[in-house]
Write a new protein. Structure first.
Length: 162
């Protein structure tokens, strides 16, 4: 369970992590600047397990992996959105950031609400408002990649197991 940080539609990768910080790939350093041009207090106040909740087309813009790395580095437990830009969706999986498509949860959630996501059970809940929904399911192999922490770790585990 974590607190919701709500944003609107078309939050692009330049807002998630401004281009001036792309000189590093260090998750901790990127986390210090996550969403700072949209919400100056986010990076200093977000807590491990909190959720970014957004509208449609979250993560549009460039193809850089810095954006999901910054959010994951900040401790974001998942991004819940009405929809995701395709490249962000793939980059989130590649880096092990949990992403959840659940328009119904987005519609009832306000900043500061406590929410909870259980991908194994297929439930996304606004605990504050006592409402639960079924998010769009992710295929098992995608869940496995995310649970491993991303594509690189998933490949390492699979090649070491062979």
């Amino acid at each position: 369970m974590g607190r919701a940080w709500c944003y609107g539609d078309s939050v692009d990768t330049d807002v998630i992590i401004p281009a001036r910080y792309l000189t590093t790939t260090d998750p901790a350093e990127l986390a210090e600047h996550a969403l700072e041009d949209l919400d100056a207090g986010f990076a200093s106040a977000v807590q491990a397990g909190d959720f970014v909740v957004a509208g449609s087309n979250f993560g549009c813009g460039s193809s850089r992996e810095h954006a999901p790395v910054a959010l994951k580095g900040a401790g974001v437990g998942a991004v819940v959105a009405r929809s995701f830009a395709r490249i962000f969706f793939r980059n989130a999986i590649n880096t092990g950031l949990v992403i959840v498509t659940c328009p119904e949860l987005v519609d009832v959630t306000d900043s500061g609400d406590e929410i909870e996501v259980d991908l194994a059970k297929g439930v996304a809940s606004n605990v504050t408002k006592n409402q639960s929904f079924q998010p769009e399911p992710l295929p098992d192999f995608i869940l496995e990649i995310v649970e491993c922490g991303g594509l690189v770790e998933w490949v390492k585990r699979r090649t070491n197991a062979a």
